[in-house]
Design a protein. Structure first.
Length: 260
């Protein structure tokens, strides 16, 4: 292997090389329940924002390069919206889609892959079957990211509320099986608009050199500015949910913050 190849390898697996700093992903979320777009961060919300297809078109028109598409019913064991999820991914031709929600075994992973999504985000509950997670990562590599839904120092399965394990210990296991990317959510902040848990994010960033996506709590553009401030430590992006839907700021404004 040449020195150039070695440098590329270190950049890909080490802590936040120049390649990681080349962009900061903003992923506006579309949470799908019973065929409709619902308010992100609240699985019990009955407030609908209409067609996920229309919302996707709106985000694309606003300049989105990524969309975070979540099957809420699958995440909480209340059914699934696979056909619609596939249709939304198709509508998003030309941009990237990260599909999430209830992807915890081979059957649900296969269904998610069949949508043609750019990235599949495994559920925290999948981590209770680490040999399967290792197999998925080994097979699909960078197409797989893993949700780390955190309460205190513990990982918690979002749908069942079941404790999955200690954050640091499980993260060490994931590092050993070459997980390519993480989506980190403080579940107590999700949908709160009270700001992201920067301390949690810094903790995770100190334990991995892989890209980390922040999720939960963003309520102001200043929150987004604080997250961009962690870019040099390896924070690679942020998922935008409730703040967009309730009009705290627009996607265009958010994109200006991360691209300035």
């Amino acid at each position: 292997m040449s020195s150039q190849d070695n440098n590329a390898s270190r950049q890909d697996t080490g802590a936040a090389g120049a390649h990681e700093l080349s962009s900061f992903e903003l992923l506006p979320a579309i949470d799908v329940s019973n065929g409709l777009s619902v308010r992100p961060g609240n699985e019990n919300s009955h407030e609908s924002f209409g067609s996920p297809m229309d919302i996707a078109s709106e985000w694309i028109a606003s300049g989105a390069n990524w969309i975070h598409l979540v099957d809420i019913d699958a995440a909480y064991g209340k059914g699934e919206n696979r056909k619609l999820i596939s249709e939304v991914v198709s509508r998003c031709s030309g941009i990237n889609v990260q599909v999430s929600g209830g992807i915890r075994d081979q059957e649900s992973l296969t269904a998610a892959l069949q949508t043609g999504a750019s990235r599949i985000n495994l559920a925290t509950s999948a981590l209770m079957d680490m040999p399967w997670v290792e197999s998925a990562i080994s097979t699909y590599g960078k197409q797989i990211s893993v949700s780390l839904d955190v309460s205190g120092s513990r990982l918690v399965a979002r749908g069942s509320g079941e404790a999955v394990g200690d954050l640091e210990l499980v993260l060490l296991q994931l590092e050993q099986i070459a997980c390519a990317r993480y989506v980190v959510t403080d579940i107590k902040r999700d949908g709160s608009l009270n700001g992201p848990n920067l301390e949690l994010l810094e903790q995770v960033l100190s334990l991995t050199g892989k890209p980390v996506i922040a999720s939960g709590g963003i309520g102001e553009l200043s929150d987004l500015e604080a997250l961009v401030g962690l870019r040099s430590k390896g924070l690679a992006g942020a998922i935008l949910g409730k703040a967009l839907y309730v009009g705290r700021f627009s996607l265009e404004q958010a994109l200006k913050v991360v691209n300035s």
